[in-house]
Design a protein around this ligand. Structure first.
Ligand code: UDP
Length: 328
């Protein structure tokens, strides 16, 4: 039997593929390569290159391969882009998931683990955020992820696959090998943008907002290492294989760091000063997002290990320094 990783050529997908292979799983990948990278796919996986909205191609794949679990990363994920072009997100994220669910149900594939996001919560009512807290997304990206969760929920009740939805907080860092890492175009995430300064491709890092109700005035986020996220997918898959019920879990490290703290830590790691400029707030940014991951710890047995900023940033630095232009 094989595990099908949808979006396995992307950032979190490619790290999960490596952990699956290390765990002795046979891995099949489907990726349209809109944002994923062929170079991130290991040789010992079978890569199908198509868009999962193509139901006929999916149907063919499930006929050819013996899939026992699907892990689904295949979605667009840039908040700002989703504000400008919401229908692109509805079309790809919901259209792809709908087609995947239809074909999985037809082929009686019993389980799926999929990427959800902290963006499903919107502006939090309390910190840390728990899975039962109010979900009220403030952008189309979060809205489509929440709709995906609901699609899985209702189709599961009607006899469709069991599911685990993993709500990631701020994914960051890179594989120890530095062979794979974060490579988005355009890049919008804080840590890769900071590291572009010592790489020489950016003069300074912008700090979006310094008047938040936080100790140093900048936004606080829960940065979670991509390897810890990858491990959670393996645990979630095995939880479902062992008969665990469909459920939703937060994945964060439970500690918040401010934008200034992240830049300071990056200066320590790279050993040079990183010039910064204070800018206006970025639209839609809540002051503080920190997860309670107690449920994932208790139910899945997950413990994030790479939780301190120097470890996270060093791994990202190793990747970016050795691949200044990403996979290109
Ligand atoms: N941020 C920043 N400067 C940048 C990029 C991001 O100050 O050039 C801030 C952003 O406002 C947020 C935090 O860094 O408070 C993390 O942003 P990122 O886009 O990495 O992740 P998000 O929290 O939006 O998922």
């Amino acid at each position: 039997m094989s595990v099908l990783v949808v979006g396995g050529a992307g950032y979190i997908g490619s790290h999960t593929v490596r952990r699956l292979l290390e765990a002795g799983e046979d891995v099949v990948i489907v990726d349209a390569l809109y944002t994923g990278h062929k170079e991130a796919v290991p040789e010992n996986c079978r890569l199908y290159e198509f868009d999962i909205r193509d139901e006929a191609a999916l149907d063919e794949l499930f006929k050819n391969e013996e899939i026992d679990t699907v892990i689904h990363f295949g979605a667009f994920s840039i908040v700002g882009e989703s504000m400008k072009d919401p229908l692109k997100y509805y079309d790809n994220n919901l259209g792809g998931t709908l087609s995947l669910l239809k074909v999985m149900t037809r082929h009686r594939i019993p389980r799926i683990v999929f990427s959800s996001t902290a963006a499903t919560y919107g502006e939090p009512e309390q910190i840390p955020i728990h899975e039962n807290d109010k979900t009220s997304p403030t952008n189309p990206y979060g809205e489509t992820k929440l709709a995906m969760e609901k699609m899985f929920h209702w189709s599961n009740l009607a006899g469709g696959p069991n599911y685990v939805a993993l709500r990631y907080f701020n994914a960051c860092g890179a594989d120890e090998s530095a062979e794979i890492g974060e490579d988005h175009n355009p890049e919008t995430h804080l840590i890769p943008l900071i590291l572009q300064v010592p790489l020489g491709t950016r003069d300074k890092i912008s700090i979006f907002g310094t008047d938040y109700q936080t100790p140093d005035g900048t936004c606080i986020r829960d940065y979670i290492h991509v390897d810890d996220l990858a491990n959670a997918h393996i645990l979630a898959m095995n939880y479902l294989r062992d008969g665990g019920k469909s459920d939703v879990f937060n994945l964060g490290n439970g500690t918040g760091f401010s934008v200034r703290q992240v830049i300071d830590a990056a200066e320590e790691v790279v050993g040079t000063a990183i010039p910064r400029e204070e800018k206006e707030r970025r639209e839609g940014d809540p002051a503080k997002l920190v997860a309670s991951s107690n449920k994932a710890k208790e139910v899945l047995g997950w413990t994030p290990e790479k939780t301190d900023l120097p470890t996270i940033i060093s791994s990202a630095w190793k990747w970016h320094r050795s691949h200044p232009e990403g996979f290109r």
